[in-house]
Design a protein around this ligand. Sequence first.
Ligand SMILES: NC(=O)C1=CN([C@@H]2O[C@H](COP(=O)(O)OP(=O)(O)OC[C@H]3O[C@@H](n4cnc5c(N)ncnc54)[C@H](O)[C@@H]3O)[C@@H](O)[C@H]2O)C=CC1
Ligand SMILES: O=C([O-])CC(=O)C(=O)O
Length: 339
Amino acid sequence: MFRSVARSAAGKHLLRRGYATESVPDRKVAVLGAAGGIGQPLALLMKLNPLVSRLALYDIANTPGVAADVSHINTRSEVEGFVGEDQLGKALEGSDVVIIPAGVPRKPGMTRDDLFNINAGIVKGLCEAIAKYCPHALVNMISNPVNSTVPIAAEVFKKAGTYDEKKLFGVTTLDVVRAKTFYAGKAKVPVADVNVPVVGGHAGITILPLFSQATPSANLPEDVVVALTKRTQDGGTEVVEAKAGKGSATLSMAYAGAIFADACLKGLNGVPDVVECSFVQSTVTELPFFASKVKLGKNGVEEVLGLGPLSDFEKEGLEKLKPELKSSIEKGIKFANQS
Ligand SMILES: NC(=O)C1=CN([C@@H]2O[C@H](COP(=O)(O)OP(=O)(O)OC[C@H]3O[C@@H](n4cnc5c(N)ncnc54)[C@H](O)[C@@H]3O)[C@@H](O)[C@H]2O)C=CC1
Ligand SMILES: O=C([O-])CC(=O)C(=O)O
């Protein structure tokens, strides 16, 4: 269904911002885990996105309150709250994009992999429901460990016969957001102008920012690049430690998740040249899943872009990350096929 807005004042505003061509299609977005630390601000940001016409907020508790609250905001989308497994099907039906920030966050001293035992089961259950109720939706996986939860989702969809590798994304946008912010600080360039690809995966050394390709280029000395790389890789831990037991990044993650979902919606709507980094099925390296720049289109992934030229330091980082990323991917695949 298409709602023609081109001639209205709102439509002209959308056209100017690149959010519309002739008309803005109706798009339903579902957030699973919508009452959580990420889920609530992400629900707010998706409510502010003019590309969304229906916003479904699902959680196992507390969603009626979040949905009632967000629904009063005078923007385009209709908001509905769903609570408990009985309502999951209704939340998902008709969704174009499903964003998954459901699951437990880290506490100081934990790795993302320490979340596997709880989050693997949560993600598996949610993906089984996606396969049943909205098999064609683009899935944006935020729940950690992303290096394993994305392979779990792929296996669940394969078992259900609905897997389309173009529609499954691990959200690594927060790594890009951090790399841009930290780089701008050191390079003394306006942060809004900065671009830095981040490849690999989403945990520790598997996060590989490519500062040699950062723009505007600043020719930073090697020791600064090494320090920026380490800070980007440890960005999540920096927040976990600062929150001292009260969870991990939520506000910056909601921002990053909203950017990535917006890119997916723009791609679906046919906006050209939408490119974001994401952890997807890939042939860029020998690993079956890998984060790199991805061009988004009407069916999800239009093209997985290559790595481009790497510095010696980045080449070394790439080789170092492969064993850990491989084992996290295999752990996810094994879990999905055993349970
Ligand atoms: N990909 C990334 O860059 C990032 C990922 N994360 C991950 O996001 C996840 C969520 O983090 P927070 O929002 O801070 O946690 P949180 O604990 O504040 O919220 C999680 C929400 O998930 C809900 N939930 C649990 N089981 C569920 C189920 N079966 N169905 C639906 N909802 C369910 C909970 O009720 C809760 O409201 C964690 O795994 C965290 O590690 C966090 C930051 C960045
Ligand atoms: O570090 C964590 O546990 C949460 C996360 O993925 C991030 O902030 O990048």
